[in-house]
Design a protein around this ligand. Sequence first.
Ligand code: 2HA
Ligand code: ZN
Length: 270
Amino acid sequence: MTHSILDNRPALAREVADVSEVAGYLWQKGWAERNGGNITVNVTDSIDEEIRTMLPVSEKIPIGRELPYLKGTYFFCKGTNKRMRDLARWPMENGSVIRILDDCASYEIIADKPVKPTSELASHLSMHNYLIGKGSSYKAALHTHPIDLIAMTHHPAFLEKDKLTYLLWSMIPETRAFCPRGLGIIPYAMPSSFELADATLKELEEYDVVMWEKHGVTAVGENIMEAFDMVDTLSKAAQIYLTAKSMGFEPEGTTIEQMEELKLAFNLPK
Ligand code: 2HA
Ligand code: ZN
């Protein structure tokens, strides 16, 4: 019988179970080819004293930058080069808990196995650092590769600020209500780069979901389900647009007046 740090820790086990559930959805949606996409969740609130003093299963690993608000925090992270569909079934073999060390610039891995975190760790941890710094209650960051939304970023017209936001909002009212801050656009940048991480942070000031041009979507939320729901809602709107186009017409979209009405009814920010 092998032991897991999830044993007798229902709160942490629940966090990891939610990540596995979302990982399965990402695979089923066709958004997670091979090792595509990554998830990190700030699980510090579910960490007990025993884990705080637990010996790591890795060396100290540099993050590559200093992130002052992350001192003493813990994250569950998908492993680099691991598949979402495997994370769904065997979360502790395809993901791990990391402890950010007191220098705020390095981390170590805590049981069960020394699974090294995602290649996008720098951008994920930078996002968490930013969120904690501004007092946000958001704990989850999701990066995934939705086919429809990525396809749209291959058209320059859709890369103009808020063009996609209004188009997708106008496809079905739920999009406006459940993705109320819209969709930020980040010009193409090298995957895993600090350039991409910093551009993402800047857009998070205004949006909860950002498109990485010709690459994917990154979303932050209170928890992983919420982050997933926002991307799912946007992808649904994109599907409606594409379905109308494939039927040979330009979808009409809800009017500015109808959107204003929703804004008032739901008390939306934009
Ligand atoms: O983790 O999606 O952007 C694989 C990726 C990198
Ligand atoms: Zn990616």
